[in-house]
Design a protein. Structure first.
Ligand code: TYM
Length: 333
């Protein structure tokens, strides 16, 4: 059987340069060409934190449109919306009966997000705790071998492996064991205003975040105002000089040149920022142009998603049925 790849983006905010460099770009350039690949707008995951229904709907459509604009080709891969395929939720429950409360409470994202929600006086939804199990279901339902993600998702893929191994040991071989793959650079693009934390779509202030649909002037301004470090020389030291290292990694991802080598080219932060801004704009321009075309043709996007969901359902069904039988549920007639 051909190699399977699964990955997803959750519509909790506008897509960022981090999403593109950490994940989407590789799906387009490599993954869809070398495997039976599925890419999903994982909308059920967007309901784990306070949400506005109309906004989630809008962002789901926008994420799908951007995935196509970036170059995912429905002739090569399957693009779909998670909630259109029941198998995800169906398998998630079975995996909840495989996971433990303790291992979910140890997830870094749960710890960080639940602390943040409580600090803001919000309650923490139960689904925030169980979310990595749904993510495991997303991956295992399709028998994915590889899961191309940014660094922040590797712990969830590790959990997915643990659950798959445990299930197979207890109930017989059912799931393929997946592994996370990461890009060689920019696996963790940092916030331009706070280079010690990840550039994330749902941060309150957008000043340190490049959104794929930001206007050119906005992108320039954000990069020119990026927080750099107190030194003068342009050096690549992610530990002690995170701001400059982040810019070098972004420039490296755009140009294909090594970040250390790039550091040697620049004598000032200003020049580095200027070139980084132009390189990012160059990278995003075709995506923005294609996005504008696709927005003018929503019927096309709907059709891609409809066909994608049909294909995805067919692929997931046999594995999820097998898991239901293996765990002891009586087959329906
Ligand atoms: P999400 O929606 O937060 O991010 C989508 C992808 O973008 C990557 N990413 C980054 N990479 C580098 N630097 C950054 N600053 C950055 N920010 C985000 C993420 O690592 C991810 O690959 N739980 C997932 C969505 C998901 C999923 C799945 C992924 C649900 N089910 C199954 C893979 C397989 C998430 O919240 O990604």
């Amino acid at each position: 059987m051909m190699k399977r790849i699964f990955s997803g983006i959750k519509p909790t905010g506008h897509l960022t340069l981090g999403n593109y460099l950490g994940a989407l770009r590789r799906w387009v350039e490599a993954d869809q060409h070398q495997a039976d690949a599925l890419f999903s707008v994982v909308d059920l995951h967007a309901l784990t934190v306070d949400h506005d229904p109309a906004r989630v709907r809008r962002l789901s459509r926008q994420a799908a449109t951007l995935m196509l604009a970036a170059g995912l080709d429905p002739a090569l891969c399957t693009v779909f919306v998670q909630s259109h395929v029941d198998e995800h939720a169906r398998l998630s429950y079975i995996l909840e009966c495989t996971a433990t409360d303790g291992e979910l409470r140890r997830m870094i994202q749960y710890k960080e997000k639940s602390v943040r929600a409580r600090a803001a006086g919000q309650s923490v939804r139960l689904s925030l705790l169980t979310y990595p199990v749904l993510m495991a279901a997303d991956i295992l339902a399709y028998g994915a071998d590889e899961v191309p993600v940014g660094e922040d998702q590797t712990q969830h893929v590790e959990l997915t492996r643990d659950l798959a191994v445990r299930f197979n040991q207890r109930y017989g071989h059912t799931f393929r064991i997946p592994r996370a793959t990461q890009p060689p650079v920019a696996a963790r693009v940092m916030d331009l205003q706070d280079p010690t934390s990840k550039m994330g779509k749902s941060h309150e202030s957008g000043a340190g975040i490049i959104y794929l649909l930001d206007e050119a002037d906005v992108v320039r301004k954000k990069i020119m105002r990026a927080v750099t470090d107190s030194g003068q020389d342009v050096e690549y030291h992610p530990g002690s000089r995170p701001g400059v290292a982040n810019l070098l990694e972004i420039l490296s991802a755009c140009t294909g040149r090594n970040p250390k080598e790039l550091a040697g080219v620049y004598e000032s932060y200003g020049a580095l920022k200027k070139d980084t801004a132009e390189a990012v704009l160059e990278l995003l321009r075709p995506i923005r142009e294609r996005h504008a075309e696709l927005v003018a043709d929503p019927g096309h996007v709907d059709e891609v998603l409809r066909k994608g969901a049909g294909r995805a359902r067919e692929m997931a069904r046999p594995t999820v049925d097998a898991a239901y039988r293996a765990i002891g549920l009586l087959p329906a007639g």
